[in-house]
Design a binder for this molecule. Sequence first.
Ligand code: PLP
Length: 369
Amino acid sequence: MTQFAKRVQAIDISGIRKMFEGAGPDAINMGLGQPDFDTPENIKAAAVAALAAGKTGYTNNAGIDELREAVAAKLVRENSIPCKAGNVIITAGGSGALNIAVQSLVEDGAKVVFNDPGFVSYGALTTLAGGVPVPVRLGSDLHLDVEALKEQFSDPKTKVFVLNNPANPTGMVESPETVRAVVESAADAGVTVISDEVYEKFCYGDTKFVSAATFGDNVITINATSKTYAMTGWRIGFLAASEEIIHEVVKVQQYTLACPTSIAQYAALEAYTGPQDSVAAMKAEYEARRDLLIAGLHKMGVSVNRPDGAFYAFPQMDADLVRRVVDAGVIITPGTAFGSAGAGYARMSYATSQENIKEALARMAKVIG
Ligand code: PLP
């Protein structure tokens, strides 16, 4: 019988896809964290051109220089983060960036703090690295509980805090004051912040997004082309940090990945340097869908905070109601898939057409009605 590593056996497959089982073939899928848009044509064309030009070999472990420079320029221009190409490593999506960051920072028994409910990977990656996941409950408003976080930072075993803003699964966006408070508290306690900003471009109305690295040096910024440019399958993201951190994380990348896909890196170069109107169009459409979904849920009497970012709503629904909604042909994810503090909630992704959202609301009304 095969003997497996305990750290691998200790983690489970994400609960998100379990909900798809049992749903009928005409079910509306509001369970996926994936843009329903196609990758913009100019980006696809850049990949085709790279392929035609034979750019098919290994690249540097840290990615192609032009893309590292383009990402550094983006971080300076849009995020006010002091950054040069040497501070950037191109990764296999946001997931690849999270993996090399956690592998580089977490020792046996080191604690990693993140919010609960939160993105499924943070706890699993911590366990895989031999660390101890420390989920910290969000406040009742679904925003970070700064005092509870500070308490965890004061534990000398705490080495890392993963901030996810805008947040999956809640759709909440933290204020600049909150981001500053958590980054400064972490710095005081010697805790490194990993700031997962993959939903950065999807903040609605006058919601202000601020990057954590504007408030401190001991911050690793993670982002990806996946959500911003509807490029989930291309697997390109990045990690930006001090050269000291880059020196370590690049070693993990070298031995686990060698380099991200060459042609996808040329596509990402076009994404970051080419026209940005497709991002604006996707954002406007997500915002319209959010308004449609939230108004529909409120009309049914479902309690839900209006999300200001990402493409998720996190209404209050118990497990029984979630099951009945799925049985009625609308796939949604129980809040507990994102941590025990998600009990009593469900995540609804509005990365689906307005037509689908209307039909989903009609099906839900029959159940909740
Ligand atoms: N971080 C968050 C908060 C996410 O929701 C996701 C994907 O759902 C990722 C990271 C992973 O992104 P990628 O597809 O670029 O690996």
